[in-house]
Design a protein around this ligand. Structure first.
Ligand code: ADP
Ligand code: F6P
Length: 319
């Protein structure tokens, strides 16, 4: 391929910029031309395309967000939107695209690949909920942000002998909640993968209180929700003053961690290696220490479970 495009799509994630930089520089070092597609699939539909050279991606490796912007594009899910996107590719001479995003973005990449524009997906979402890969760009930074915020809450919770009920991101998956729960020593972790049992949460608080625990942290994944109600239930049942906090989008921002910058660079570069060989319709995966790739269809049909062994450890180390 002589000309490739790169876009970021869905929710932004710290490290996306590092991935874009890797795509641009790897492609240029192979003699390719790179086009930046602005605001995800919307940019393809509207023809919002910029030329990217080596210096276009200077000074972004350490920045959160995505300098190409990102968006959710309902029109792209229609045949009309898809055809407009294909016309833009023809007009701009884009022969293949690196799509950095989550599962939804992979579906778009699959549809474009089927229609003759080979795409390679790079996993980018703070939720780490893409089945084909152990790791997604942004997960580490988001968790470090969440941990820092919960540590701050712990100070005030400790001072007042309170219970802090904290919602972290993860609409469909509890990966962030689980690891944060362990990292902050939460008394309980509530995830969408396990039915909520408030009786056992309250029982655990009572039990730990009897052994001298004076303040409590409960981590709740966004997909479970209802933190205000959970806090009220805990206060009513135990008499412990409780406060609810939703960390929200703060978790999506900030300078990417070392892990996110390095992995994003490796994943972005691997995507270009495939397009350079004329291979599309694939996704890049991190498996153990290896960077590999897989068919998009296969990737989208996989299921990623929560690490239930880790959940057991979280529960038994927070007694
Ligand atoms: P993420 O990539 O983070 O999972 P979304 O699910 O919002 O985020 O998907 C991002 C974009 O990918 C959507 O706005 C849409 O343009 C495209 N997309 C999502 N699902 C599909 C689908 N089934 N077919 C085609 N495109 C899709
Ligand atoms: O990026 C994934 C995610 O952070 C989810 O955990 C969350 O539910 C969603 O994005 C929120 O996205 P937005 O508010 O940008 O639509």
């Amino acid at each position: 391929m002589k000309t490739i495009g790169v876009l970021t799509s869905g929710g932004d994630a710290p490290g996306m910029n590092a991935a874009i930089r890797a795509v641009v520089r790897t492609a240029i070092s192979k003699g390719m031309t790179v086009k930046g597609i602005i605001r995800g699939y919307n940019g393809l539909i509207e023809g919002d395309i910029i030329d990217l050279d080596v210096r276009s991606v200077s000074d972004i490796i350490h920045r959160g967000g995505t300098f190409l912007y990102t968006a959710r594009s309902p029109l792209f899910k229609t045949e009309e939107g898809m055809q407009k996107a294909i016309e833009t590719c023809k007009k701009e001479g884009i022969e293949g695209i690196v799509v950095i995003g989550g599962d939804g973005s992979y579906r778009g990449a699959r549809d474009l690949s089927e229609r003759g524009v080979p795409c390679v997906g790079v996993p980018g979402t703070i939720d780490n909920d893409i089945s084909s890969t152990d790791y997604t760009i942004g997960f580490d930074t988001a968790m470090n942000t969440a941990m820092e915020m919960v540590d701050k809450l712990r100070d005030t919770s400790q001072s007042h002998d309170r219970c802090s009920v904290v919602e972290v991101m993860g609409r469909h998956a509890g990966h962030i909640a689980l690891q944060i729960g362990i990292a902050v020593g939460a008394t309980a972790v509530l995830v969408p993968e396990v039915p909520v049992d408030m009786d056992s949460v309250i029982e655990k608080i009572r039990k730990t209180q009897k052994t001298g625990k004076e303040h409590f942290i409960i981590i709740v994944a966004e997909g479970v929700g209802g933190v205000d109600n959970i806090a009220k239930q805990i206060e009513a049942a135990t008499g412990i003053e409780s406060r609810a906090t939703i960390l929200g989008h703060v978790q999506r921002g900030g300078n990417p961690s070392v892990r996110d910058r390095v992995i994003a660079t490796m994943l972005g570069s691997a995507a270009v290696e495939l397009l350079d060989k004329g291979i599309g319709n694939r996704v890049i995966c991190k498996r153990g220490n290896d960077i590999t790739d897989m068919d998009i269809f296969e990737a989208l049909n996989m299921k990623k479970d929560l690490n239930f062994d880790m959940l057991d450890v979280a529960n038994c180390t927070s007694i």
